[in-house]
Design a protein around this ligand. Structure first.
Ligand SMILES: Cc1cc2nc3c(=O)[nH]c(=O)nc-3n(C[C@H](O)[C@H](O)[C@H](O)COP(=O)(O)OP(=O)(O)OC[C@H]3O[C@@H](n4cnc5c(N)ncnc54)[C@H](O)[C@@H]3O)c2cc1C
Length: 531
């Protein structure tokens, strides 16, 4: 076998998958048909859940250094500011990163590419996947190299991270149903002054569409994203000058565009692959699902597909888990993609519909409802959890098991375990639990009960025992975590098994029957090898 996993595509999804596999001891080969890293910004919004994953990968500081923190979004209609969504306040206490980070896709790719190189793997550029043959125990891939000649390699598995026109998807004959939107987007990098609230996202809703202005790092630098006015849609040669009148109409006559360094138009589709896996090939990111950029979810969803698959594939490649564990990838990620497709589609249709009624709804009703809703803390928090992707859960997954004694109000199996700051030692300081979790291991959190010897795990699956303490009690109560209780976390930070009383037999059953580990000790043996 030439490699354990062939990763096709070195966009954000492929780079995340490769990084996560390599740090779990898996051999990967990463190929991309482009000659080098993309210089196009494309996605701009990095969500809190992605930043939490970046922290585990040790690249979050670099991302924060290069990006700009967006603490709020302002909604404008008919020249008036109608509402402000205070991202910072809405997310406070829910994540170490209560904001959206404005950081171009090219920078995200650079940071992940650098990390991958540090781990000893380089992308093979100008190398295109042109053929695939699946066998019972491997995949034979045909690659066309920089000099135009073809070679074949044998890989145990293939990660199809090759974007909307995925060859992995097409070579496996997987359908990609959906449709294009009739609207044409434009994107412009500008130096501009105007009514925008500085350092925050500004959304201008108007009768025939919307304009989004994202603050970039340097002074007066804004990325403008919008849809072309209907009269320009058929025009093949649209320039920034053509959209300035509609921009001024909605964002105010005072809008002064001093420079435009990049202007481009593009059409978008909404589609979801019929399957995310065909035997030894997986689809991730845009290869599996594409949707409107409303909500800045696309790149983030691909990154989380990779984070979901990597730990499972690593266990299987290392012969610790049975192949059945891999079924949970599609079971968990397809509903997330479908939900996202539905919500972004509905939101998108509302903000772009050409109908007179929708125009009225957008500028009169929507903005007022948003203004009203955003004054309610609970709605703000719900909106933040949704957009930041920290609210994504896999409660319906076969890997999720909540014991019957867990109250409904508590975090449950399948949820991302909440961010807590706790005293992990009776007389120690308050610490960030996320910084203590090691995502190359399973982690056991035991609250209000001893664990010594209970599972015979030693330090192979890190055990975090939360001692009794008034600070801890208050923090646990805030997160509605029962005391006593226990939570067995999967490497990706989602709860696998939880209950009130830690029961070694229940853990053993869970590990064998739900995780499909070949033998429960392997879970911890695997951790030891990597530790
Ligand atoms: C203008 C615009 C704005 C956007 N804004 C946002 C946003 O704000 N937030 C957000 O989250 N998302 C946004 N998106 C979506 C985001 O860009 C995509 O979701 C993201 O690029 C998907 O990453 P990916 O790695 O899955 O695919 P891609 O980035 O498309 O990467 C696929 C890679 O595979 C390679 N490849 C393809 N075929 C082959 C082959 N046969 N062999 C070898 N290599 C191959 C390609 O060269 C490419 O490098 C935006 C998209 C656009 C167009």
């Amino acid at each position: 076998m030439d490699t354990d996993v062939l990763v096709v595509g070195a966009g954000p999804t492929g780079l995340m998958l490769a990084n996560q596999l390599v740090r779990r001891g898996v051999r990967v080969a990463v190929v991309d048909r482009h000659a080098g890293p993309s210089l196009k910004t494309r996605a701009l919004g990095v969500q809190a859940r992605t930043l939490e994953i970046y922290a585990q990968l040790d690249i979050v500081e670099r991302a924060l250094e290069l990006g700009k923190i967006g603490t709020g979004a302002n909604l404008w209609a008919q020249g008036r500011k109608m509402a402000r969504v205070p991202l910072g306040e809405a997310g406070r206490g829910a994540t170490p990163y209560p904001f959206i980070l404005i950081l171009g896709q090219d920078d995200n790719e650079r940071i992940m590419g650098d990390k991958l190189r540090d781990l000893g793997v380089s992308v093979q550029w100008s190398t295109e996947l042109v053929g695939l043959q699946q066998h019972a125990d491997k995949v034979t891939a045909t690659l066309r190299g920089p000099d135009g000649t073809s070679r074949t390699i044998q890989a145990a598995w293939v990660g199809g991270c090759d974007g909307a026109h995925s060859s992995v998807r097409e070579l496996n004959g997987i359908a990609f149903p959906g449709a294009p939107y009739e609207h044409v987007f434009y994107v412009a990098d500008t130096e501009v002054t105007g009514s925008m609230v500085p350092d925050e996202v500004n959304v201008y809703l108007w009768r025939a569409g919307f304009h989004l202005l994202f603050p970039m790092r340097s002074k007066d630098h804004w990325r403008i994203v919008g849809i072309l006015p209907p009269t320009l849609r058929a025009d093949r040669d649209v320039r920034i000058d053509h959209v300035i009148p509609s921009l001024r109409r909605e964002a105010g006559a005072g809008l002064d565009i001093k420079a435009c360094t990049w202007f481009s138009t593009y059409r978008i589709h909404h589609r979801c692959a019929a399957r995310f896996r065909d035997r030894r090939c997986f689809l991730l990111g845009d290869a599996a699902h594409i949707h409107s950029p409303v909500g800045a979810q696309g790149m983030n969803t691909g990154l989380q597909d990779a984070y979901n698959l990597a730990w499972k594939l690593a266990l299987v490649v290392r012969n610790r888990a049975q192949v059945a564990l891999l079924d949970s990838y599609e079971d968990e990620r397809m509903p997330v993609a479908r939900r996202l497709l539905n919500t972004t589609d509905r939101a998108f249709r509302l903000v772009v519909s050409d109908s007179w009624l929708a125009g009225l709804l957008r500028t009169q009703v929507l903005a007022r409802i948003a203004a009203f809703a955003m004054r309610r803390e609970a709605i703000q928090r719900f909106a933040f959890r949704t957009v930041s992707q920290i609210g994504i859960h896999y409660r319906a997954s076969a890997l999720a098991q909540s014991q019957p004694d867990v109250p409904d109000s508590a975090p449950r199996a399948g949820d991302r375990f909440p961010w807590l700051r706790l005293k992990l030692n009776a007389n120690g300081p308050v610490e960030d639990l996320f910084q203590k979790l090691d995502d190359t291991h399973f982690n056991l959190i035991a609250i209000g009960q001893p664990t010594h010897g209970a599972l015979g795990l030693g330090d192979l699956c890190p055990i975090h025992t939360i001692p009794p303490d008034p600070t801890n009690d208050a923090e646990l109560a805030r997160a509605q975590i029962p005391n006593p209780s226990f939570y067995l976390l999967r490497p990706d930070g989602h709860v696998g098994l939880c209950g009130v009383r830690l029961d070694a037999a229940a853990v053993e059953r869970y590990v064998a029957n739900r995780l499909h580990l070949r033998n429960e000790t392997h879970l911890f043996g695997w951790a030891r090898e990597l530790g």
